[in-house]
Design a protein around this ligand. Structure first.
Ligand code: FMN
Length: 380
């Protein structure tokens, strides 16, 4: 008898639970950890929970339409897959699986600079739905070459991440011996041995690396990993953003924005969309909940500049909350990887089913037939 995934994994929390069992501790903690005491993660959750809608009655039959248009492109859902570095360490071949999953659901997939597959490997699988995330590079020549390769591989939009000025300690990761490149301590060896399904899948694709930045260094082995880390250790400033704007002809999105003044300045500089995020509480513990910044940024940039939201989204209802507060699209990072780890490639479609069904159910409760109807049902 076929397993009904709606009974085994009806929510993202079920996918996370299975992922925790199926992944070696270091891979799970790499994916799941916030920074410090993780109060930033908790603050994101609480702030989302506090956003309420007024239920609506007597509105007859209503079939919510979840389609959206973003920067001129039609998507079937207002949902995207956020960039996650080393996805391939969490699940073997994750980048290509996510790219294919995005195409079949007609949603965007944003690949990380530090993905375990390069743009040339993923590009052929992502059709028109591929976006590429850029970490600032310490050489203008390397930057231009990277952009050329990203464009040639078929990625349509460039996303510059600005909220990683340096490493974050993420104490839970340290306790689990997360390291880049992965280091085989006794603890890690034990975690791998006790998770044979993960280990066998990984053995088929080889140890995870960062092929894109590594292709710009002379060194080999674990040295290449370390040197590649330095290639993408540029310290970005407004001049860097301007240079990137000049170098990249397509749509440019800036990710990790929380200050309305920054968003306004980016719009003036010709950035095509702003991505409101606090990196899911992974970088800085003492900042505000990212969702609280969204309406302020919407007010600052006006109605026309497209906005993306991410950080802490765990349901279709959370997606509705962010759209009601001014987002045009909502991205998820961890959830797609919990889904892969829990159910393999089939997890992507199942996660999207959960999110879609939750949005339809909750939009019916508040009489919202379209995404544009959401702000009016928001309680002040
Ligand atoms: C394991 C992990 C790795 C990440 N790596 C990157 C990255 O390489 N580049 C980037 O811009 N954001 C990165 N992010 C942040 C995500 O793009 C996104 O902002 C965040 O995960 C969204 O919150 P959510 O995971 O609660 O959905 C990473 C997040 C996680 C969980």
């Amino acid at each position: 008898m076929a397993i009904d995934r709606d009974l085994t994994h009806p929510a993202i929390s079920d996918l996370r639970h299975s992922a925790k069992q199926r992944l070696p501790g270091f891979a799970f903690e790499y994916l799941d950890s916030g920074t410090g005491r993780e109060l930033g993660v908790a603050r994101n959750r609480q702030a989302l929970d506090d956003i309420l809608f007024l239920p609506a009655i007597l509105h007859g039959n209503l079939v919510p339409d979840l389609r959206c248009k973003f920067l001129g492109q039609d998507f079937d859902l207002p949902i995207g897959i956020a960039p996650v570095g080393m996805s391939g360490m969490i699940w073997a071949g994750a980048e290509t699986l996510l790219a294919k999953g995005a195409v079949s659901a007609n949603i965007p997939y944003c690949q990380s600079t530090v993905a375990a597959e390069g743009p040339e490997e993923v590009g052929p699988h992502v059709g028109q739905n591929g976006w590429f995330q850029h970490y600032p590079v310490n050489s203008a020549d390397i930057r231009r070459d990277m952009l050329k390769r990203i464009r040639a591989a078929g990625f349509t939009k460039l996303v510059m991440t600005v909220d990683v000025p340096g490493e974050s300690r993420r104490e839970r990761q340290r306790r689990a011996h997360v390291a880049m490149p992965p280091k085989l301590t006794a603890k890690v060896a034990w975690q791998v041995l006790t998770h044979p399904a993960w280990a066998l899948a990984m053995a088929r694709v080889g140890a995870p690396r960062m092929p894109f930045p590594e292709s710009y260094v002379e060194a080999s082995g674990s040295d290449a990993f370390v040197h590649a880390g330095r290639v993408i250790r540029g310290w970005p400033d407004w001049d860097y953003l301007q240079a990137l704007r000049d170098d990249w002809q397509g749509d440019l999105i800036v990710k990790g924005v929380q200050d309305p003044d920054d968003a306004r300045r980016m719009a003036a500089l010709g950035v095509n969309a702003v991505w409101v995020s606090n990196h899911a509480g992974r970088q800085f513990e003492a900042g505000p909940a990212a969702i609280h910044r969204l309406p302020l940024i919407r007010e600052a940039v006006g109605a026309d500049l497209p906005l993306i939201y991410d950080s802490g989204v765990e349901s279709g209802l959370d997606i509705m909350r962010a759209i009601a507060l001014g987002a045009d699209m909502v991205f998820l990072g961890k959830a797609f990887h919990f889904a892969l780890a829990a159910l393999g490639a089939k997890g992507i479609a199942h996660l999207l089913h959960i999110l879609r069904a939750d949005m339809v159910a909750n939009m019916s409760q508040i009489g919202a037939a379209r995404l544009d109807d959401l702000p009016a049902r928001l309680l002040p």
